[in-house]
Design a protein around this ligand. Sequence first.
Ligand code: COA
Length: 160
Amino acid sequence: MENKKGIANIINTFSTKEESVLNTVKVSRLVKSEDLNHHGTLFAGRVAEWFVEACFICGAKHTEKPENIVCINIHGLTFTEPANKGDIINLETKIAKVGRTSFVVYGKITKNNSDKILSDGFITFVFVDENGKAIPHNIKLAEPIDDEDIKIRTRTENLR
Ligand SMILES: CC(C)(COP(=O)(O)OP(=O)(O)OC[C@H]1O[C@@H](n2cnc3c(N)ncnc32)[C@H](O)[C@@H]1OP(=O)(O)O)[C@@H](O)C(=O)NCCC(=O)NCCS
């Protein structure tokens, strides 16, 4: 009950769909022993799982219909710096592109209090009906608000 109220409050902070599109959805995770690879650093598979989940949550918040979203394409993740046990991994996501039935979420990964990007990438989701058929979603993409948005949206042009 408490949890449902919390999610509703987050969704209600967006007054319009247009405004919500520019809002970053943030999720954090703690790196624990079970998240490590044989080098003793954060396992790429775990990061990928957290990345997909964070991007999914972004889509779920914007559509308010998590049951209608499926992932069709993970467009690649590049890891430029390791993370270690005890690090806090920050995943920031936002809608980067919308189609008729599909939408692309951009995700950026940093650690602790640093702005340095460990990894970033894109995931395409499709909005589907109860039979799994693609149907139009309700997400509208507003104008970009800064250079970062413009760069992210330029990068989406080459995705497939
Ligand atoms: C999602 C799914 C219903 C789409 O079916 P489909 O027959 O490809 O549907 P469409 O051809 O109508 O394409 C739907 C949208 O996806 C987009 N799309 C199709 N293939 C794509 C790809 N490889 N990458 C990115 N977008 C893609 C299309 O451009 C279209 O977008 P638009 O409506 O915004 O223009 C189907 O592929 C599916 O069920 N996939 C499995 C999903 C799943 O189980 N995911 C969990 C991960 S295992």
